[in-house]
Design a binder for this molecule. Structure first.
Ligand code: SF4
Length: 261
């Protein structure tokens, strides 16, 4: 069992440091004696404030410590107990750190019917048009949206530069980029493949869509320097071509020849 060494955050108060039995007595008022082990050490929390640590021997709490904090008021000769708690030590089994729901959702987690709204200020999106500086209520905003629709301004928000860069990076570094195992052993790149469909807009400089139904990436965005063995111009080497099938030694389909024999 690891011994907790005293910290030197503040000058240790001799009375508080020596109050091990006071701390243990306070602990035993709340906890069964069978669950309390040896005194492991103390931590100086501040002026005349010391925390004593005791091993926890309760089943299922390996590596946990009972922590009893005592304090001595100025010009007093005895300590009072401030707090008795069970705390995890370095070797304790504890739950993993909390991850907010929004950060836990990964691509592919959505099931039919699930909704995953984006944040109002999601940096990946920018408004297509502005509502102006005047504060507007919901009805007035709806009117602005209607006018924008009538004028053909399109969607309420579009991809921001940041959103575009993030998508490009993700695609390029993923299975559709040049470092995917499929691409590393491909005979040629997508940019020379007849199955590549061109995109429009800034992402068209690096990416297209694969339209080869026989390829793993059919219907997916691929980088120009991605590639695969289903490239439109791929040719089999002579030694890979199927060997011609030799003629039948005995033709079971030709009834006449059978009679001749
Ligand atoms: S078939 Fe292969 S090489 Fe051609 S576009 Fe699709 S992924 Fe690229």
């Amino acid at each position: 069992m690891r011994l907790v060494t005293p910290t030197l955050r503040s000058k240790p108060d001799a009375v508080a440091v020596a109050a091990v039995e006071t701390a243990r007595s306070a602990l035993l008022e709340d906890v069964d004696a069978a669950d309390v082990g040896a005194h492991l050490g103390h931590v100086v929390e501040g002026d005349r404030i010391v925390t004593h640590l005791f091993a926890c021997t309760r089943r299922g709490y390996v590596g946990w410590h009972w922590s009893v904090t005592v304090a001595r008021a100025s010009r007093q000769k005895t300590v009072t107990v401030d707090e008795v708690v069970l705390v995890p030590g370095d070797e304790a089994i504890v739950a993993p750190a909390w991850v907010p729901y929004r950060e836990r959702v990964k691509p592919g987690d959505l099931s039919p019917g699930d909704l995953l709204p984006v944040e109002e200020d999601d940096p990946r999106l920018v408004p297509t048009y502005s509502f102006g500086d005047d504060p507007l209520d919901a009805d007035e905003k709806a009117q602005v949206r209607q006018v924008a629709r009538d004028l053909g301004l399109g969607r309420v928000r579009t991809l921001s530069m940041e959103g575009r860069d993030l998508a490009a990076q993700r695609w390029y570094e993923g299975d559709a980029g040049p470092s995917a195992p499929l691409a590393l052993s491909a005979p040629d790149v997508c940019s020379t493949c007849g199955f590549l469909v061109r995109l429009a807009g800034p992402l068209a400089e690096m990416f297209g869509v694969c339209a080869n139904g026989d390829a793993n990436d059919d219907g997916r965005v691929v980088s120009f320097d991605h590639g695969c063995g289903a490239h439109s111009e791929v040719q089999l080497a002579k030694r890979h071509e199927p060997q011609p099938v030799p003629g039948h030694v005995y033709d079971t389909l030709g009834a006449d020849e059978l009679e001749v024999l």
